[in-house]
Design a protein around this ligand. Sequence first.
Ligand code: 13P
Ligand code: SF4
Length: 354
Amino acid sequence: SPSDPDLVERARAAKEKLGDKVFVLGHHYQRDEVIQFADVTGDSFKLARDAAARPEAEYIVFCGVHFMAESADILTGDDQKVVLPDLAAGCSMADMATAEQVAECWDVLTEAGVAERTVPVSYMNSSADIKAFTGKHGGTICTSSNAKRALDWAFEQGEKVLFLPDQHLGRNTAVRDMGMSLDDCVVYNPHRPNGGLTAEQLRDAKMILWRGHCSVHGRFSLDSVNDVRARIPGVNVLVHPECKHEVVAAADYVGSTEYIIKTLEAAPAGSAWAIGTELNLVRRLANRFAPEGKEIVFLDKTVCFCSTMNRIDLPHLVWALESLAEGNLVNRIQVDSETESFAKLALERMLALP
Ligand code: 13P
Ligand code: SF4
């Protein structure tokens, strides 16, 4: 079993044997059994920065999903090895934009005469190929904690943004934080000819949103917000910006996982919170803050874990750490050097945002 004391002991022993050679990063959506072994925890932005700040670690064990491990590989030195304890820990949103589809989209934009005025902004939740495309075309990466600053920057470089691959983060940031209207946004559907858009629509739009979404956050609905407000009077609704626009518009607070944690840390005793993000994190926060008299509930009980985040469990972590301790490099995530150089450009633009 994952909470097997034997496994806990083995993970501890392997980590101790590796010492400073290993650095374990844990995303906030990871299971408790895994997060207890993380040297740092964070949102996507913080983990990217922390990975880059550990040049002495030979191994970075990334407890998170594939695109995060790729980003860590891009930002760390060539002699540092990034390990993902289960290679099946992908992200369905990142899979919604392939390199071929995005290249085709750029052709459509070029044909419509808008490509040269368009700056790509790609969410961290994308493959290294998409990040490389972004870097090559003068764009930047963003995360949910700096999306507004990324868009501010992009609109200084050009007139339009192609936002990949999360339509919700793109729309929410444009409308909620930048004062744009819903009409300024169009959705490019990679499964339809010309993205399902006319050249005129592409010319008129300020934000061209890729038709991608998070399968977990996409399930929170306006009904769940209304229901919880009826059930718990005075509740504060706090959601991640990967939620649909109508959910974000009805929420009281919106932000990244790190922001969600900071907000709850600062909340007064006696306050009640409904949280719209991944369940491992919400449960951990509910347990952590209950003794302080803060009531924390999951925004919608029918929404479940992120199944790919959950692939990293204690048995996989033990296997990875013990293999490394025995000198076997397993599950290395390595981005090829051509992709890496362009993807790095885009990631470094993000890290340099004011
Ligand atoms: P953040 O931790 O950056 O808020 O991202 C959430 C997420 O969905 C990562 O997959
Ligand atoms: Fe991807 Fe959504 Fe899971 Fe985050 S929560 S890793 S965006 S599927």
